[in-house]
Ligand binder design. Structure first.
Ligand code: ATP
Ligand code: MG
Length: 416
């Protein structure tokens, strides 16, 4: 690093960026005589002009040597040669950290997901164990030199996703790579190399060897990315949709690319067009999604058509949906289903109507009914629901009116 671009003491103490910190770690390793390079995704992202989500460092230093060199480390994968080096806080007060891993080659795979053992090795071998050529690059952040042992730069330039080595073997070792292929190809708009594509298609049924949680995690990344339409297309093309969500295999889904950030439940519900709420719930459970995610997805699916023709619907039906925490997702889903006018109308109502109109305090409670001399029982809830409906629809507006209505309803039920 030249003197000019080395972060000064001020930068070190206040608001050092993750990249600056990662560069410091590389520099310290190099000064101690080790090879140390940025590795994998961060190199790819920077070559594409994107800001990496995180920086990974690969080095010739062994975990114990890293622990000697850095004051604060956290070793959670030392047997794999991975050490987390902890740094100062960034401008947002978050602790900076970077993963540093010893160059390694992976041993045999017997579980279809993780190597049984690893052997510390050279950068060439470390590149060869990675999944795709675009993910197999190293770069010295100080000199800027790119180390490419797998043809990754050319593939990145030509926008090609290609497995490193024999694609069938690579997908056999770790089946999650088949889903990663979809994610990478969609995210970076890559064409899939024919041999890689053929192997992925042939191996797609084996995705079942991967845990539901890991599959869901990849789906989450694919579907929340703005290139989700291409992701969904590739999931079908690879034959992965048929394995993972056969309910969405038919091309009825709303495929949408969007510049705005989209929640996973919204994207997932959009995918599940035509799927009944009970099936949606079964799919979420099968993929071991969280209760929160599952609930929201089922709610969106169940209310998918609730805003159609919204303007002519009873307020008592609309308002509870509009004050639900998923309201904006439901509005968005309504638009995705081509009901733009309804979505727009709902959005206006949600934004312009005061909350005390959309969700006013109830006029009567169970205690009030008791005070009126009624005995608690199943009819209680029904009466309260009836009053709530009349309140939201503007047919009763005060306590006296509500009490009067209750007496009327009770009289009617006794007559009938
Ligand atoms: P992201 O931006 O999503 O983090 P990434 O490429 O950095 O993308 P990571 O999961 O963070 O993905 O992995 C970092 C690097 O480790 C990858 O770039 C790749 O070189 C390697 N890698 C990750 N997962 C696998 C895998 N299943 N098989 C082989 N190599 C992998
Ligand atoms: Mg990463």
């Amino acid at each position: 690093m030249t003197k000019a671009n080395r972060p000064g003491p001020t930068a070190i103490l206040f608001g050092m960026t993750e990249r600056e910190f990662a560069t410091e770690v590389v520099s310290k390793l190099q000064q101690a005589g080790f090879t140390a390079l940025f590795a994998g995704g961060c190199v790819r992202d920077e070559l594409l002009g994107l800001t990496p989500a995180d920086y990974d460092i690969a080095t010739s230093a062994k975990p114990d040597e890293m622990q000697t060199l850095f004051r604060r480390t956290h070793s959670f994968g030392a047997s794999f040669g991975v050490v987390e080096v902890l740094g100062p806080r960034d401008a947002n007060g978050e602790w900076l950290k970077v993963q540093v891993a010893t160059f390694r080659s992976d041993g045999t795979y017997t579980d279809g997901r993780r190597p049984d053992s690893v052997v510390f090795s050279s950068p060439e071998e470390d590149a060869a164990r990675r999944d795709f050529t675009i993910n197999g690059l190293f770069r010295d952040p100080i000199s800027g030199t790119v180390y490419d042992y797998v043809g990754g730069e050319k593939d990145l330039r030509n926008k090609v996703l290609r497995a490193i080595g024999n694609p069938e073997e690579r997908f056999t070792e770790d089946k999650l790579r088949i889903l990663r292929a979809v994610r990478m190809a969609a995210r970076f708009e890559l064409a899939v190399d024919p041999a890689t594509l053929a192997a992925a298609k042939a191996m797609a049924p084996q995705i079942r060897a991967v845990s539901a949680e890991r599959i869901a995690e990849e789906l989450r990344k694919i579907l929340t990315h703005r290139h989700r339409a291409r992701g969904i297309k590739l999931l079908r093309e690879f034959g992965l949709m048929a394995e993972v969500i056969p309910e969405a295999e038919q091309d009825t889904s709303v495929e949408f690319d969007s510049v705005t950030k989209v929640s996973f439940p919204l994207a997932f519900a959009a995918l599940l067009k035509g799927v009944r709420p009970e099936s949606a719930e079964a799919i979420c459970r099968r993929l071991r999604m969280s209760n929160d995610e599952t609930e929201r997805i089922v709610w969106l699916t169940a209310n998918r058509k609730a805003f159609h023709d919204a303007e002519h619907q009873a307020k008592s039906k609309l308002y509870p949906l509009l004050t639900h925490p998923g309201a904006f997702d439901l509005i968005e889903l309504t638009a995705l289903d081509d009901h733009f006018v309804d979505a727009d109308w709902c959005s206006q109502v949600r934004r312009l109507t005061p909350l005390e109109t959309l969700n006013p305090p109830p006029l009567l409670t169970g205690d009030d009914l008791k005070a009126m001399g009624m005995k608690p029982g199943p009819s209680f809830k029904k009466l309260l629901d009836d009053i709530r409906r009349l309140q939201l629809d503007g047919e009763v507006s005060d306590r006296a009116g509500a009490e009067e209505k209750i007496r009327e309803l009770v009289r009617k039920s006794q007559q009938g």
